[in-house]
Each structure stands twice: as C-alpha cells, then as structure tokens.
Design a protein around this ligand. Structure first.
Ligand code: ATP
Ligand code: MG
Length: 322
C-alpha cells in the first residue's frame, strides 16, 4: 500500500454561473520518502487538489473518487476524524505565511499550540519549539518566541511557518507555492530549507509550484496538471530529459532557466486553457497542441504507462518519445 493513493478524484465547485469542474479523474500514488512536484498553469487545479488532501474544500463542492491515506478514504471520513488528522499527519506551508500564523499571539505560544496533540509538558514543548527554530536557521530563537508575526520579515515568517509544520511531525508535508511572496534571495534560502526538511519529515512532501526549475532541484517525482487533469507523471530526471506530453514539452520550452540563448521575449504557449465550466470532448490540450491529429479532437486520451509503471502520460501519441 502506498502512503497516499488518489483514485479518480473529481471535484466540482457549484458557482452562481453553474458547475465548475476543477479536478477530473485525478489518480496519483505517493510513497514514503518521496518528494513530489505538482506543476501546472494557474487554474489547473493544484490548490484544489491540496485543499482536498487537507480536507479543507469549501462547502460548495461535489467530490467523487477516493483519497486513500493509511487505508482510510479521506473523502468519506466523519468530521471529528478529519479534525484529528488535520493536526496530526498532514501539515501545510502556504504561499502567505500570515495565514498560518495568528497576528495577536506570540510565536512561542503558537509553536506550543501546534504541538497540542503531542505528549509533554508546556516547558518541553517550548524547548522543542526553540530547537526547531534553530534547525530552520533562525538566530536568537528564544527572542523570536516572544515576538508577534508582524514584527518579522516575510522570510523569517515563512521559516517559522515551516518550523510550525515540522513540529507536528507530519507524514505528509504540503507546500503550496511557499516562495511566491518572497524576494529572490529569501526564496533561495527557503528552498534550501525545504530541501533540508526532507530529513525532518518521516513521510513524503508535495511541493506545488509554477517553477519547473525548483521542481528539478527539489523533487524526485513530478506530476504535471492541465485543466484539472494530471497529464504526465514520472521521475523528475526522466520527465525533464524526455517529456512525453506535448504540454510538458511546451512548459519546459518556456522555462527561462532552460533557454540557452536568452532573448528579450519569453516564449509562451499560444492559445488558452479550456473554459472550466464547459462540456469537453477530446484532449483538453488539443486546441493548443502542435502535434494534434484526428483522434485528439474526439477522445480524451486515457493514461498510458511505461513498461516499468514509473511513467504515465495522457496522450494519443503515447509513450514513444521515452
Ligand atoms: P494557481 O496556480 O493560480 O494557484 P491552481 O492550479 O491552484 O491555480 P485552483 O485554485 O485549484 O488552481 O483552481 C482551479 C479552478 O477552480 C479554477 O478555475 C478556479 O477558478 C476554480 N476555483 C477554485 N476555488 C474555487 C471556489 N472556492 N469556488 C469556485 N471555483 C473555484
Ligand atoms: Mg493555487
């Protein structure tokens, strides 16, 4: 049994303009010790998948499929069991560290509260918090414990948010675009910290980002999302060396870090993503795909796996580029 087993997960938001399907039959496996990069353009459904995993989907959604975690289907769990799991097992670091931290409570009190389900006295939890702040590279940790979030820079706040997540000793740490709000230097420091966090998480990490370069430096596996579907997965090294899906190839061609001859204009993928609420026929990428042929207009390609099962692509051209 894998640590995380997602099977045919679909999520539809009920909006005033009608139903909007944000995830379509998403299936994914994550093993203990793996770091997965989840990439895709804005609106592709990355945060919806994360919210489903964190059991934080809003009330206006319909879900189907299975979210298997330790043999339980998270979608079918009763509310008290969900609450328990939220603070104990799956932790998150979000784009905006302010959302993780209470503005009117000192860092010290919050870091103790994050350990509410752990054994030990208040003093022991304080000691654990100080040592975690040290481990995430914060100087004068005892002094920081007495401060409020607004007294700290964005980079320090994000480090504290990571420390808070790690203090819960999660088996799954989900970082949803954790560096987007930071300047370039601080971003690199936080990326290094996330990389080091691998050793502190006895489980797996999902790293959500637009930045393919970050994925290639941090992750073992990558899942590429397009318009609510996972259209390619595989080991990072293989996917970046020989992408199978035309969308993955196009994304890589747009990555500034991979362009040999810098030009003034960044390449971009022509056309736009399907309108989320619209009925779909055929492959969702077909209108933008330079390699599309007749079947792509009519049939949404099923998942095709490599012989060893490590790679998957949803493309009628199949696995032949590997
Ligand atoms: P980004 O890279 O911009 O963060 P994303 O890949 O995380 O994008 P989601 O936020 O999961 O994408 O959004 C997927 C689709 O679901 C989008 O069309 C979005 O407008 C829609 N959506 C997200 N949250 C809600 C909501 N609470 N109610 C209705 N629609 C929503
Ligand atoms: Mg998002």
């Amino acid at each position: 049994m894998s640590l995380l087993e997602i099977d045919d997960l679909s999520v539809t938001y009920e909006s005033p303009d009608g139903p909007l399907q944000a995830l379509r039959n998403v299936s994914l496996r994550l093993e203990k010790g793996e770091v997965l990069g989840l990439v895709g353009e804005s609106g592709s459904g990355k945060s919806t998948l994360v919210s489903a995993l964190l059991m934080l989907l809003p009330d206006n959604v319909r879900t189907s499929g299975r979210l298997g975690w330790h043999g339980n289907d998270l979608l079918a769990l009763p509310t008290p069991a969900r609450r328990q799991l939220r603070g104990n097992g799956i932790a998150t670091v979000s784009q905006d560290p302010f959302t993780a931290l209470n503005p009117v409570v000192t860092i010290g009190k919050q870091l103790v509260a994050f350990q509410h389900h752990k054994a030990g006295s208040r003093r022991e939890k304080q000691t654990r918090a100080v040592s975690m702040l040290e481990r995430v590279g914060i100087s004068d940790p005892a002094g920081r414990m007495k401060q409020y979030p607004h007294e700290l820079s964005g980079g320090i706040r994000q480090r504290i948010a990571i420390a808070a997540a790690l203090l819960t000793e999660p088996e799954l740490l989900i970082a949803d675009e954790p560096t987007t709000a930071l300047d370039a230097t601080t971003e690199m420091q936080v990326v290094e910290l996330l990389n080091a966090s691998r050793r502190l998480v006895d489980g797996a990490i999902i790293f959500v980002t637009h930045d393919l370069h970050l994925v290639s430096s941090l992750c073992d596996k990558v899942a590429v999302m397009y318009a609510g579907e996972i259209i390619e997965t595989g080991p990072c090294r293989e996917v970046f060396a020989s992408p199978l899906h035309p969308y993955t190839r196009a994304l890589l061609a747009c990555d500034p870090a991979r362009i040999d001859t810098p030009t003034r204009e960044l390449p971009f993928i022509a056309g736009s993503v399907p309108v989320p609420g619209m009925e779909r026929v055929g492959c969702p990428f077909q209108p933008r795909c330079s390699e599309a042929f007749a079947p792509c207009e009519r049939v949404n390609p099923p998942a095709i796996f490599s012989a060893d099962g490590a790679r998957m692509v949803c493309c009628h051209k199949g696995i032949k580029h590997a």
